[in-house]
Design a protein around this ligand. Structure first.
Ligand code: PLP
Length: 379
């Protein structure tokens, strides 16, 4: 049996352990210590924007961002429908409810026409407008943030960029996560770089970053004793994980090129097949190709059968692949919530597969995976 090929596993660069050893030498085994501000500054330099706060997870960062956007009980918050649940759950943590916006098959990101139509209908109805939008750069595909920004400015909706999957991707030459008042990144184990677990909250303004840092450390007032005038969270990143992050940030640019080369390798081997359609790359940006994703077959029914045949054949060979995210409006936990759009992402979900996109894969691995895909797809 070959060693397992993973969808996207941690890939250390080399200097992570040196930074971790330094944390041990300093005995900063805590959510304080010199690696935290250093990681934040190095991250800021990479995205070239704003003020960063290292936190325990991407989900925690999103919770902070939505709270700072003023999301309150009873609010409506818009959210990309085709995404991982962490984009949406912090909306509910704050007592608000999500309205999910359908995906556009041309970009796989949220459908801008559906977004605009929903906001315009809300305005005509004359009731309260949605408080905020969580917009996801899906699988590292940069969303058109000029269009999103213009629509949301027109309707007074705050924008939070969920860039958890898109670190290193560019929109109009600029890093994703730099186009809105706040944005979040994730360093979970399968992301393009990882700390084992962790996230980054990014704010355009320093005051907002300071407020996030305050909330992430239990909202402690300036006093010698422990005093609290509002409720916070225990969301700060630990010094040891920040040490891992510092090593990982050094190899981010290399990982983006490796992910893109893997994608190109799949297209080279499979692109001519009539039964596969790879996630396109938008003309307005450069994807990081975190995962190579494709739609199989030509409709939901045939595509679903083919996707499952391929997935199971790969699993049989000890190779990990995974259906694309199940849309949020199809999730039992959100059965009561609103959904805007024709449901274009339902067929995408039926047909969509994430192919193994591990940066440690060799050309021979890629050959083997593609041969198995072709054999299984042809039945
Ligand atoms: C991974 C991910 C998150 C959450 O990040 P965690 O660090 O796992 O909490 C949020 N949104 C999207 C789109 C993600 O893929």
């Amino acid at each position: 049996m070959h060693d397992r090929i993973f969808l996207s596993s941690p890939h250390m660069g080399g200097s992570e352990l040196r930074y971790v050893e330094q944390a041990f030498a300093d005995n900063y085994i805590a959510p304080v210590g010199p690696h935290i501000p250093a990681f934040e500054q190095e991250f800021e330099a990479v995205i070239g924007h704003g003020h960063c706060v290292a936190v325990a997870s991407g989900t925690a960062a999103l919770h902070l961002a939505l709270r700072l956007a003023g999301v309150s009980p009873g609010d409506e918050v818009l959210c990309s429908d085709l995404t991982f649940i962490a984009s949406a759950s912090p909306i509910v943590y704050l007592g608000a409810r999500p309205t999910f916006i359908d995906a556009d098959p041309a970009t796989w990101n949220l459908d801008l026409e559906v977004l605009e139509a929903h906001l315009s209908a809300r305005r005509r109805a004359g009731g309260p407008m949605p408080r905020a939008l969580v917009v996801v750069h899906l699988y590292g595909q940069p969303c058109d943030m000029d269009a999103v920004g213009a629509i949301c400015a027109e309707y007074g909706v705050a924008v939070v960029e969920d860039a958890a999957e898109s670190l290193g991707a560019l929109h109009q030459g600029r890093q994703t996560g730099t186009f809105s008042t706040t944005a979040v990144f994730s360093f979970n184990g399968n992301k393009i770089i990882t700390c084992g677990g962790g996230g980054m909250f990014v704010a355009k303004d320093k005051a907002l970053a300071d407020k996030a840092r305050f909330l992430s450390t239990q909202a402690r007032d300036a006093a010698p004793h422990y005093q609290h005038s509002e409720l916070g969270y225990n969301y700060r990143m630990s010094n040891i994980l920040a040490a891992v992050g510092r090593g990982q940030i050094e190899v981010l640019a290399a990982r983006v090129e490796q992910k893109r080369a893997l994608f190109a390798g799949y297209v080279e081997r499979l692109g001519a097949q009539p039964w596969i359609e790879f996630m396109p790359e938008v003309p307005t940006g450069r994807a990081n190709r975190w995962l190579t994703c494709a739609l199989l077959g030509d409709d939901a029914a045939s595509g679903y059968r083919m996707r499952e045949a391929v997935r199971l054949a790969l699993e049989e060979a000890n190779i990990e692949s995974r259906p694309i995210w199940k849309p949020m409006h199809m999730q039992p936990v959100f059965a009561q919530d609103a959904f805007a759009g024709p449901g274009a992402d339902e067929a995408m979900f039926a047909r969509g597969l994430c192919l193994p996109s591990d940066t440690k894969m060799t050309e021979a691995d890629l050959d083997r995976v593609c041969e198995l895909v072709v054999r299984a797809a042809r039945g």
